[in-house]
Design a protein around this ligand. Structure first.
Ligand SMILES: O=C(O)CCC(=O)C(=O)O
Ligand SMILES: [Fe+2]
Ligand SMILES: [Zn+2]
Length: 402
């Protein structure tokens, strides 16, 4: 009802869309015309794009179609006939797109005005909204120049933070160098993005060798490449590990791009890839308080068949529930993948320095650690997790600024 009640009024000027689209630059529209089923627009720099009329109607920014405060859509497709009349389109004197829909039966006429920057941003939106457009696979060669930004820049400047988050979404990995070594320094990094994702390990956790560990990380043993919490339906998206002390002998870190390894498996051993991407396996964590279990394939694919979620963690993998005649093929595939995850041609091996932090995409980049000897010195990391939505949101907001 809201939509039709105000249909007859001339729409107010744009609902703050100019501000939202500032990062698309201030290009104005030079022309607009309806060409078959497509509204073609041309900006003043010659760039063009096409939009379906119904898409434009659905995205009308006027206060009758979008809530003026929340900016959320109030317009309902169901309030219109299935076939819309042909609109008139025009590039206004101020460089916006005007679309006028004539009245039809009981439906009032409607006019929409679109910000040229907003339109321009939407023309490329598919790539920008989804990290897959940025993803750059890597291998051991990344060691010569690992993505990293200084602590002072990440915490003190938007340009530094933007550079760091861009690295993180491209490589699924970004280091922070030259930070303080006071406990809690990790919180200053998290505060630049949002807030931590809490798990059964707490909001922040200390990675030290403990007397009664409930997880392999809290021992001094070597950790094979793994993702954290594959036993959750929604494992943490990103993990941060901040090094405060690293004096013990051993304890080097290993990182490997699981998407790169999965792609190499796909091309070199397609049958192993098929099994790991189709066969769900069980993961489970149990202690006195918790019993958290989930079943999913080791290589989760997105709708286009690209690796999107690696679930590999050998110590949290639960009983393998498979018919006996499929067990051999599964273990063969699992071995092929695991061997590649440890292959020096893929692994980035380095030792964290005090004041250094690593951030990685927990569903893409597997982390590991070599054994250390707790009798030779202190090793103390602080860790936390953070949601992808917060990381992407902060990056988009920073990129808006131009
Ligand atoms: O000790 C390390 O370097 C890593 C520990 C670990 O895997 C974790 O905290 O998730
Ligand atoms: Fe871990
Ligand atoms: Zn409207």
């Amino acid at each position: 009802m809201t939509a039709t009640a105000t249909e007859t009024q001339r729409p107010e000027p744009l609902v703050d869309m100019g501000e939202l689209s500032a990062y698309a630059g201030d290009h104005r529209l030079r022309s607009a015309q309806l060409d078959g089923e497509t509204v073609r627009v041309t900006w003043d720099d010659g760039r063009t794009a096409g939009y379906h009329p119904l898409w434009l109607r659905d995205h009308c920014p006027c206060p009758a179609c979008r809530h003026p405060q929340t900016r959320e859509r109030t317009f309902r497709l169901l309030d219109l006939p299935e076939t819309l009349p042909r609109p008139e389109v025009e590039a206004s004197a101020r460089g916006t797109l005007i679309v006028r829909w004539p009245a039809m039966a009981e439906h009032a006429a409607h006019e929409s005005e679109f910000d040229p920057g907003w339109l321009r941003q939407r023309a490329a939106a598919d790539e920008d909204l989804d990290d897959s457009g940025r993803t750059q696979l890597w291998d051991a060669a990344i060691a010569s120049n690992p993505p990293s930004v200084d602590f002072g820049e990440v915490t003190g400047s938007d340009a530094g933070l933007r550079r760091w988050l861009d690295q993180l979404s491209r490589y699924g990995l970004a280091l922070i160098d030259n930070g303080p070594t006071e406990p809690g320094s990790i919180e200053a990094v998290v505060a630049r993005i949002g807030w931590p994702r809490e798990t059964n390990f707490g909001r922040y956790f200390d990675v030290v060798s403990k007397p009664n560990p409930n997880n392999a990380a809290f021992t001094a043993i070597a950790l094979e490449p793994h993702i954290d919490l594959p036993n959750w339906q929604r494992p943490p998206d990103f993990q941060f590990l901040y090094c405060l002390e690293n004096e013990a002998e051993g304890g080097a870190s290993t990182l490997v791009d699981g998407f790169a390894v999965a792609e190499s498996l796909r091309s070199e051993d397609p049958e192993a890839f098929r099994i790991l991407s189709e066969q769900p396996v069980d993961f489970r964590f149990q202690d006195e308080e918790a019993d958290i279990a989930y079943r999913a394939p080791v290589i989760g694919l997105d709708a286009s068949g690209r690796p999107a979620q690696i679930r590999f963690n050998n110590w949290i993998r639960d009983t393998l529930r498979l018919p006996a005649d499929q067990v051999g093929a599964f273990y063969r595939a699992y071995r092929q993948f695991w061997q590649r995850l440890r292959d020096p041609r893929f692994v980035f091996r380095f030792t964290l320095r005090p004041g250094q932090m690593m951030a990685f995409d927990n569903l893409r980049v597997l982390h590991g650690r070599e054994a250390f000897d707790p009798n030779t010195g202190q090793r103390h990391l602080q860790g936390t997790y953070i949601d992808r939505d917060l990381v992407r949101s902060r990056l988009r907001v920073l990129e808006r600024g131009g």
